[in-house]
Design a protein around this ligand. Structure first.
Ligand SMILES: NC(=O)c1ccc[n+]([C@@H]2O[C@H](COP(=O)([O-])OP(=O)(O)OC[C@H]3O[C@@H](n4cnc5c(N)ncnc54)[C@H](OP(=O)(O)O)[C@@H]3O)[C@@H](O)[C@H]2O)c1
Length: 174
């Protein structure tokens, strides 16, 4: 049933909470991009209009791309466009149910994370091991509401500008 489908957030944030700079990601982390692809492939992804516009290649392949904007005339070729967050999540869940998937993703940016964090069932957070200068931050949230269900670590190397830990947090039962 569409109502049983988990709402997940996926984000990479620095130690000081930064997720973006000048409309783009403030780092190059190949390992994180690979984890993003593995985690989201086949599943609907919901993003803000600015994140959509920041994608070097769009739509992201093998996933239903859903873009939120308040501009009713906005055209996003290869994506579905919604003006209401609730309607976008409902549509994503219906698509996931039809495709036999068990979760949908909010992939940013900050405005969508702020809207979604209180209702998220699962968080995939790449904790980038650096303090970074930027203009866009992940919202504060109460991590005690979640339990860490997984963690993998990547050291900095020629393909990853900084080391990072990829964490999966599940919302604890109330
Ligand atoms: N590190 C990461 O994991 C990560 C992930 C994603 C993005 N980012 C970064 O985050 C930055 C972008 O984030 P952002 O917060 O500035 O922009 P954003 O969330 O990507 O897009 C904001 C836009 O989405 C639309 N929108 C937002 N909430 C809406 C709602 N409830 N209903 C309808 N439309 C809604 C509006 O579009 P209109 O103005 O068209 O109405 C709004 O201006 C970039 O630097 C990007 O690279 C980082």
């Amino acid at each position: 049933m569409a109502g049983d489908i988990k709402l997940s957030l996926i984000v990479a944030r620095s130690r000081n909470g930064v997720i973006g700079k000048d409309g783009d990601l403030p780092w190059h982390l190949s390992g994180d991009l690979a984890l993003f692809k593995t985690s989201t492939s086949g599943k609907p992804i919901i993003m803000g209009r600015k994140t959509w516009e920041s994608l070097p290649r769009k739509p992201l392949p093998k996933r239903t791309n859903i873009v939120l904007t308040r501009d009713w005339a906005y055209a996003a070729i290869g994506a579905r466009v919604y003006s209401s967050f609730s309607a976008a999540v409902a549509a994503a869940r219906a698509i996931a149910a039809k495709d036999g998937e068990d979760e949908v993703f909010v992939i940013g940016g900050a405005s969508l994370y702020e809207r979604a964090i209180e209702m998220a069932d699962r968080l995939y957070i790449t904790e980038v091991d650096a303090d970074i200068e930027g203009d866009t931050c992940f919202p504060e949230f109460d991590e005690s509401e979640f339990t860490e269900a997984g963690r993998s670590v990547q050291a900095a190397d020629e393909k990853n500008e900084y080391g990072f830990a990829f964490r999966v947090l599940e919302r604890s039962a109330p």
